[in-house]
Design a protein around this ligand. Structure first.
Ligand SMILES: NC(=O)c1ccc[n+]([C@@H]2O[C@H](COP(=O)([O-])OP(=O)(O)OC[C@H]3O[C@@H](n4cnc5c(N)ncnc54)[C@H](O)[C@@H]3O)[C@@H](O)[C@H]2O)c1
Length: 309
């Protein structure tokens, strides 16, 4: 297949491009390199530089070649920025996605896989791990906007016959994640431990997330590509891990006994999150393969190799 990966120069998108090429697909990347990096671009992928908010950018890709599916991973990904600048977030995450859908329909592109967010779309839930049937309670513009795009996908499916799948991702971690971002706690702590700094934990550290290794996320996207049943799919482990445990595991992997520094709790931060991958498993047989200790070791090794360059 010829696949278009928006956000293919970013953390998750660039790994996805590597996996798609390895699986024998032809890949075009659309990215404006706002947070993505040119060095993450696979040399065998065709690169189209541009902004997802511009219809002409999509049209020129679709005029150049026949695209079998779009994997829409480009986004403004910071929850904090979405709270401070909701209109900007909507412009990229909602308008940019509608622009993509409209151009895709005009060009006859038949399928779209969308990177949604399990944590942000579900919000705080009573029952964990959360299944796709749960009532969504997004508490920030980022989550609201991801949900809006899911609804658009469903509507475009109904109206235009577009095939679609939304992947509600857990907390993805692994090599190439930005260690200076607000989230990405594994990357942030990994960088700190390697630089012999103490890591700051917001609040008591008992808040939990569903950490899923980036390679497992890529395998999930490939599995869904092979099983074109429209709908929403959680991509996570179904397990909660506290930030304190992540801190401890990173210390162990680095061979360092380190004590965290506790900062003030982040106001409005979600307390617990994990997503059940049962639906994805049932459809495709997908299981997360990389354990947290393994994934943390691989992430540390990556940042270590970066430091030596
Ligand atoms: N990392 C996670 O834990 C996680 C969790 C849930 C969902 N997601 C979703 O997965 C996707 C990838 O996230 P990531 O962590 O790799 O983030 P990232 O910031 O590394 O990747 C986003 C990519 O989109 C590009 N981009 C941003 N705005 C653009 C625009 N206007 N036009 C063109 N390109 C643009 C960036 O340059 C970057 O390459 C996003 O949709 C994100 O919302 C990520």
């Amino acid at each position: 297949m010829h696949l278009l990966v928006s956000g293919g120069a970013g953390f998750v998108g660039s790994h996805l491009v590597d996996h798609l090429l390895t699986a024998g697909h032809q890949v075009t990347v659309l990215d404006n390199l706002s947070t993505g990096k040119a060095e993450f671009l696979h040399p065998k992928a065709h690169f189209a530089a541009g902004d997802i908010r511009e219809a002409q950018v999509w049209r020129s890709v679709f005029n150049r070649s026949t695209i079998d599916a779009i994997l829409h991973f480009a986004a403004q990904v910071s929850v904090r920025i979405s709270v401070e600048h909701p209109i900007e977030d909507a412009a990229i995450n909602v308008d940019g996605s509608i622009t993509m859908l409209q151009a895709a329909v005009e060009a006859g592109v038949p399928r779209c896989l969308f990177a949604s967010s399990g944590g942000a779309v579900y919000g705080e839930q009573e029952v964990l791990p959360t299944t796709e049937e749960a009532v969504t309670e997004p508490a920030c513009p980022y989550g609201i906007h991801k949900l809006i795009v899911e609804r658009y996908l469903s509507a475009y499916g109904e109206t235009h016959g577009m095939r679609w799948q939304a992947l509600r991702l857990g907390n993805v971690y692994g090599p190439r994640q930005d260690p200076y971002g607000e989230a990405g706690v594994v990357a942030i702590f990994a960088k700190a431990v390697l630089e012999q700094r103490r890591a700051v934990i917001n609040g008591d550290g008992k808040q939990s997330r569903d950490f899923v290794y980036v390679e497992d996320v890529c395998r999930a996207a490939l599995a869904l590509l092979a099983h074109p049943l429209d709908g929403i799919y959680n991509v996570g482990t179904g397990r909660e891990t506290s930030i304190l445990d992540i801190h401890r595991m990173i210390g162990e992997a680095a061979g360092r006994a380190w004590v965290p520094q506790h900062g003030p709790a982040k106001e409005g931060e979600q307390r617990h999150s994990s997503v059940s991958p049962a639906r994805l498993r049932h459809l495709t047989g997908w299981e997360p393969r990389v354990s947290l200790p393994e994934g943390i070791r691989a992430t540390l090794a990556y940042f270590q190799s970066q430091a030596k360059r």
